[in-house]
Write a protein that binds this ligand. Structure first.
Ligand SMILES: Nc1ncnc2c1ncn2[C@@H]1O[C@H](COP(=O)(O)OP(=O)(O)OP(=O)(O)O)[C@@H](O)[C@H]1O
Length: 241
């Protein structure tokens, strides 16, 4: 089937399943809604007319090969980037200016901790940016590190951490503000499979029941740990949620 026809079909099906106004599911308001969401970079169509809804408590793996558009979609969902087509809204969260860091948090694949700050200071940082008192921020950061079994490295600098520990600190930093939506871009991408599974264990255990997680990955084993799998290929969200 030609790609244009396939996109038309997916779009038609999505319109059947989700009328534009369907902001709720079983009485819950969607955190994110997108209709025909597209992002082009010059003549590269990185995301082609994706329609989706994300609700509190969802955990979604975004599975696809390198270049399939996973990061593009995550950046749009978190308001880090602007779509070139379609509609995007955050019915339960406000508009894009309200999104971060208290409501939406990111975990990236690459080392994203601030090098001069200790693990504890890295985790406390989003709280300080939100205006928390320093003592309160440090206590909550310590609690988050403890949840992820990291108290022993609280005073270490990022360069002194293993890759797995650094990613767990990044997860603690994402969780510390109790966000409603966590967007994770291949957080296990640079970890061996055992360390990756441990990261998934602690992340899923630490996730609140109402927090939604969307995680880009190319690893089927990691994807299977989440409740729902969305597949991306060449910018198309293939399996509609
Ligand atoms: N800032 C940009 N400028 C130009 N093209 C871009 C930009 N960002 C992404 N692209 C292109 O958009 C397409 C989708 O990229 P994206 O990073 O979203 O894929 P991905 O599935 O996340 O890949 P990976 O698994 O390698 O991170 C690719 O063809 C990529 O080259």
């Amino acid at each position: 089937m030609p790609e244009s026809e396939r996109i038309e079909r997916l779009t038609f099906e999505s319109a059947q399943v989700w009328p534009q106004a369907a902001e709720t599911r079983r009485g819950e308001v969607a955190l994110v809604m997108a209709q025909n969401l597209s992002r082009e970079y010059g003549n590269v169509a990185a995301l082609k007319r994706a329609s989706l809804r994300i609700f509190p408590g969802d955990s979604i793996a975004l599975l696809g090969l390198s270049g399939s558009g996973k990061s593009t979609l995550l950046h749009l969902l978190g308001g880090l980037d602007q779509p070139t087509g379609g509609e995007l809204s955050w019915p339960a969260l406000g508009d894009s200016a309200d999104l971060r860091p208290s409501k939406v948090a990111f975990v990236f694949q690459a080392q994203s901790l601030m090098p001069p700050l200790t693990a504890l200071e890295n985790v406390a940082l989003p709280l300080l940016l939100l205006g928390a008192a320093p003592d309160d921020a440090r206590q909550r950061a310590a609690d988050a590190l403890e949840t992820l079994d990291l108290l022993s490295v609280a005073q270490q600098l990022p360069e002194e951490l293993s890759g797995g520990q650094a990613q767990r600190v990044a997860v603690a930093r994402a969780l510390v503000t109790n966000p409603q939506l966590i967007l994770a871009d291949e957080p296990t991408g640079q970890l061996d499979s055992q360390t990756a599974q441990h990261l998934m264990d602690v992340l899923l255990a630490a996730l609140g029941p109402d927090t939604a997680l969307v995680m880009a990955t190319h690893d089927e084993t990691v994807a299977r740990r989440l409740k729902t799998v969305w597949r991306m290929k060449d910018g198309i969200l293939e399996e509609l949620p």
